[in-house]
Ligand binder design. Structure first.
Ligand code: LLP
Length: 422
């Protein structure tokens, strides 16, 4: 559920009018609700209250400092996947002892930075990464706390681009090889085995694959302990889906009900890495109609947000509900909502039935809090949009709109290209 609601025919985020926000801050504009974000976080805290746990927000879904701070204030940790994410998390004031570091391609430089920061643990995805981490830890005179990311070979029944727990996926260590890799880890003198990790995919709408994966991991934990290894932390990943259209994904409390007995029995501290389910429905992308264009076979609504602002429809054929910000009585039309970018793949919706809209009108693209701004780019030399966080009847700009100078920052024209030189 979220806090974008119509009041007297006009869309509000909490108690702030979207029309007024667009007027003040301009469009395209990302708007987030503090209330929704906090409520979603607390739903996880409550659901897992019966086991020692850490909710480590997967910040790849939304890396804005203010949002990281919001979760940190509630006691949350962070799941990072790069040195850049570490830098952001530290800048937001997140306690490094609540950070876990995942990813198949951590460089030695990234390992160094995370070891120096003193993170909780590395989720290691291959034997080579393990030996590299051992060497880096040795060079710093320290020990690296490690969980192995185990690939449980479960089909999460989601979009192939966001399935991660199948044998053929690049992620993790195959479950059949896990014991052998743990043995390697325990032989390395600068590695300290502390946990186990798995993550099978994103936008999961069924609970069964999640539970099946954790049952497999639960058995593995027993086996590892039988072989003298200490598994203190069980990181069960993220992945719960959200409602974009008509999906009915499980809620944190439903997931908890299905897996708590298993988790409790393990005696582990449980780490969760939700991303989308914390932030997805807490955000909307506000865009203004520039033109409408009626063709013989198609009608287009051309808006000022493009695939550089929100790439999910183009990349995954993802559905985002779109609503006019001001409700009026009018007929419906079937349209493609497209951006200004020079690509046919630049669309926010195709063949969508929407109320007939006019130039200058505002539209809200809903459920755009996750993997939306965080995947934005400067393609077509378009400045990235501003982001605003609403709290009751107040709002704060939590990221300024990029300027034209931001677009060329860091670029240099070498001397040999001076006009007049050959
Ligand atoms: N943990 C790991 C190791 C992950 O790889 C991911 C997401 C998460 C946690 C968080 O998963 P979530 O709770 O958000 O489902 N860009 C795609 C989604 C990519 C997900 C990548 N990994 C999209 O827009 O749908």
């Amino acid at each position: 559920m979220h806090d974008f609601r119509f009041k007297k025919g006009k869309l509000y985020c909490e108690d702030v009018s979207i029309e007024a926000l667009a007027e003040k801050v301009g469009t395209p504009l990302y708007v987030y609700s503090h209330n929704t974000l906090r409520r979603h976080f607390l739903a996880y805290q409550k659901a897992f209250a019966k086991v020692p746990h850490l909710i480590a927000f997967a910040m790849k879904a939304n890396a804005n400092l203010a949002i990281l701070r919001l979760f940190a204030k509630e006691g949350g940790g962070i799941d990072i996947v790069s040195e850049g994410e570490l830098h952001r998390a530290l800048a937001a004031g997140v306690d490094p002892k609540k950070m876990v570091f995942a990813g198949v391609g951590k460089t030695r430089k990234e390992m160094q930075a995370a070891l120096r920061a003193g993170i909780l643990m590395f989720n290691v995805e291959s034997a080579q990464e393990l030996t590299a981490l051992d060497e880096v830890a040795k060079s710093l005179g320290t020990k690296a706390p490690v969980a192995l990311r185990v690939n449980p070979d479960i089909n999460p029944k989601t979009h192939p681009y966001i399935s991660t727990g199948l044998k053929k996926s690049k992620f993790g260590i195959e479950i059949t090889r896990a014991v052998e890799q743990y043995q390697l880890a325990s032989r390395l003198s600068n590695i300290e085995v502390v946990g186990i990790h798995s993550h099978i995919g994103s936008q999961l709408t069924q609970i069964k694959p999640f539970v099946d994966a954790l049952k497999r991991i639960g058995k593995l934990i027993e086996e590892l302990r039988g072989r003298g290894m200490e598994i203190k932390y069980w990181d069960i990943g993220g992945g719960l889906g959200i409602t974009y259209d008509a999906e009915k994904p499980p809620l944190p409390k439903e997931l908890a009900a299905a897996i708590l007995p298993l988790l409790k029995e393990s005696g582990c501290t449980i780490i969760l890495e939700p991303g989308r389910s914390l932030v997805g429905n807490a955000g909307a992308l506000i865009t203004r109609v520039i033109y409408t264009k009626e063709g013989e076979t198609k009608n287009f609504v051309i808006v000022d947000a493009g695939m550089n602002d929100l790439i999910r429809p183009s990349l995954y054929e993802a559905y985002h509900e779109i609503v006019p910000v001001v409700k009026k009585k009018r007929r419906n039309a079937t349209v493609d909502v497209v951006g200004p970018i020079c690509e046919s793949g630049d669309f926010l919706a195709q063949e969508r039935t929407l109320p007939q809209v006019a130039p200058e009108e505002l539209l809200a693209v809903l459920s755009a809090g996750a993997y939306s701004f965080s995947m934005a780019s400067n393609y077509n030399a378009r400045p990235r949009s501003a982001e605003v966080l609403v709290h009751g009847d107040k709002y704060a700009t939590i990221r300024e709109r990029e300027s034209m100078d931001d677009l060329i920052r860091g670029e240099r024209i070498p001397e040999f290209l001076d006009f007049g030189q050959s």
